[in-house]
Design a protein around this ligand. Structure first.
Ligand code: FE
Length: 350
């Protein structure tokens, strides 16, 4: 048994791996793990589990409608953020299930991908819950990806390396194809989940500092926490693939990744200006560019590349809020009011 596991592990690769005896299908045999970061990410996801509906929206609804709590500029931030996220998280989920999952050959990585796909669905459900609770114009929000140019430009970059991988006949069996796959991973994990979410995350978190929209903010805290673990996992994937196929780690590849990250940071800055043209309290328009350059540097560093801008974070409170959210436990904060289909979990587990 020892030997068979050993054999398996030596044949296991993140992509283009073939484990002996399992050429027809790849069962999850998790008693031997080659990539512990995948299992850690999966376990982390489980302990971060949450659901939107138990989060109360009563105060949000009151503040949204009282005509004094929120300025029109602040309402615009919420609408445009939801307009972007409703499509972005669906694109991420589709790419995950219809493209990435098919080509990953390590079972422990596939295990995390299934957890991630579920989390993306929870996020989509959460946006819908906020839109409906606040009584927004659903047509306007859900069609924003078509009607709002800065959103469309971001989506266009996200899906720019998607076509080949999405083709059901695409078989990942050569280094050329592995390069296409890697480009797709960069577009989704680094650019979409690592850059394009951040102007909205910062803007929505700024409401927390003024006790505005607490239900919306709480959901975004959980989403931000999930997304930062998706990003970490993506970096692990990309770095593992580059380590296993060093031929892919060329100066051209690095140059193209860097250019795309810098371009994405520019698009995100334009999006931030569309979302909050005059800025809102704690989130000032003159800092958008610096913030996005700071985020771009963090992403470059995570990929083992040199930072370009070396600027400091103009919104240092973001890091504090994210740190606090990391400690937050969804179930502990609502032991008494959490209900699942009308059944109190205390009655099931006590
Ligand atoms: Fe995600």
């Amino acid at each position: 048994m020892e030997n068979r596991f050993h054999q398996r592990l030596s044949n296991r690769k993140m992509i283009m791996g073939k484990e002996d005896g399992d050429l027809d299908f790849s069962p999850f045999i998790l008693s031997c793990i080659k990539y512990p970061f995948c299992v850690e990410a999966y376990n982390q996801g489980n302990s971060n589990h949450w659901l939107p509906q138990p989060i109360g929206m009563a105060r949000d609804i009151a503040q949204w409608n009282d005509g004094v709590s929120l300025t029109p500029d602040e309402k615009r931030v919420v609408e445009i953020s939801l307009g972007y996220f409703t499509t972005a998280d669906s694109i991420v989920a589709n790419n995950l299930v219809l493209a990435i999952y098919r080509h990953i050959t390590a079972p422990e990585a596939r295990m995390f991908l299934l957890r991630q796909a579920f989390e993306e669905t929870i996020h989509t459900q959460s946006y819908q819950y906020i839109v409906q609770s606040l009584g927004m114009d659903e047509e306007k929000i859900f069609m924003m990806y078509k009607n709002c140019k800065p959103i469309w430009n971001k989506d266009k970059l996200s899906i720019s390396n998607m076509d080949n991988i999405f083709d059901p006949h695409f078989k990942l069996d050569s280094l050329d194809k592995a390069k296409m796959f890697l480009d797709n991973l960069v577009d989704f994990y680094v650019i979409t989940e690592g850059i394009f979410f951040y102007a909205s995350f910062a803007a929505i978190m700024s409401f927390q500092r003024r006790n505005l929209l607490p239900g919306t903010v709480e959901q975004f805290q959980y989403i931000t926490r999930d997304e930062s673990s998706h990003f970490q996992f993506g970096i692990g994937l990309i770095r593992t693939i580059l380590g296993e196929y060093p031929e892919l780690d060329t100066p051209e590849f690095r140059k193209s990744v860097k250019e795309r990250i810098l371009y994405a940071a520019e698009l995100e800055e334009l999006y931030a200006h569309e979302m909050a043209p005059r800025g809102i309290l704690s989130f000032s328009a003159s800092s958008y560019g610096t913030y996005m350059r700071h985020i771009a540097d963090l992403r470059l560093r995570a990929l083992g590349m040199d930072p370009v801008f070396n600027v400091s974070n103009p919104f240092p409170w973001m890091a504090e809020i994210l740190d606090m959210s990391r400690q937050k436990n969804f179930f502990e904060t609502r032991v008494t009011d959490y209900q699942l289909n009308g059944i109190n979990p205390d009655e099931i587990f006590a």
